[in-house]
Design a protein around this ligand. Structure first.
Ligand code: 0O2
Length: 232
């Protein structure tokens, strides 16, 4: 087999044969061009939403001398995860099906220091007149049974192409630093099996509650600091 160049990936024959033997995945591969174009649109939508949050952060920094955002992370769902999700949900393998049925191809995660900044930023985003809210799930007000907390928004944002304006879906997850840290640890034990897995999950759930209480205490300290500054 030829050496793969820096940007090339070679699959062995068996891998491609297995993939093409699955009729629906074969069709998906045939749709390569449409798939690549769609992914480029999602990338543009990610850039639009990321910029909106960066603008809000700058604005708050200039107006109130503080940054509500610690970090913005973005990700485009990998082809493997897209195929797995379509397969799991029994959905057709096509660019059209992806656009119609999946809402988390483009992901933007906004990490804040304090819980109240999550709601502030989400309101600021949703008030913008080019943003359409498709779905909102508040896992902070109602945490998942395992302790997971975050605010999830599915929004549609317009991207302006050379010949059309197109609305694309983006999943926005807003969470505190502590919630993010917890979620990465939870993700690591998600697939864990074995005798102590249940014990670890129970302990992690307790950590979620302790860390949510800590988030609120630190937010309260910040509010009291602000009051002191105002009274000087
Ligand atoms: P990835 O790679 O992070 O994207 P849907 O997408 O609508 O079919 P669902 O379950 O309705 O699925 O979406 P929901 O509840 O809004 O959550 C989707 C994403 O939130 C997940 O994406 C995770 O990123 C995150 N998430 C939700 N629940 C948990 C949890 O219990 N633990 C952790 N660590 N993350 C969670 P993906 O697709 O799993 O992966």
């Amino acid at each position: 087999m030829a050496e793969a160049g820096a940007n090339e990936i070679y699959f062995d024959d068996g891998f491609m044969e297995n993939l093409m033997a699955n009729e629906s995945i074969g069709k998906f591969i045939e749709q390569g061009e449409a798939f690549r174009t769609l992914m480029a649109y999602y990338k543009c939508a990610i850039m639009e939403v990321e910029t909106k949050f960066n603008v809000l952060n700058e604005d708050f920094s200039a107006e109130y001398d503080r940054n509500p955002i610690e970090t913005v992370k973005t990700r485009l769902k990998s082809p493997e995860s897209i195929i797995e999700k379509l397969q799991r949900k029994g959905l057709p393998f096509s660019a059209e099906s992806i656009e119609q049925n999946l809402s988390d191809i483009a992901g933007v995660r906004v990490i804040c220091a304090f819980p109240e900044d999550i709601y502030l930023l989400s309101e600021c985003l949703l008030e913008q007149d080019d943003i359409r809210l498709i779905r909102r799930k508040d896992y902070i007000a109602e945490p998942k049974p395992n302790g997971y907390r975050s605010l999830h928004l599915i929004v549609e944002v317009p991207i302006f192409l050379h010949n059309e304006k197109r609305f694309m879906k983006v999943e926005v997850q807003l969470r505190t630093i502590a919630m993010d840290f917890w979620a990465s640890l939870e993700h690591a034990i998600y697939y864990k099996k074995g005798h102590n897995a249940e014990e670890l999950r129970a302990e992690l759930k307790e950590c979620a509650e302790t860390s949510a209480a800590l988030d609120l205490r630190m937010q309260d300290i910040r509010a009291r600091l602000d009051e002191d500054d105002d009274s000087v």
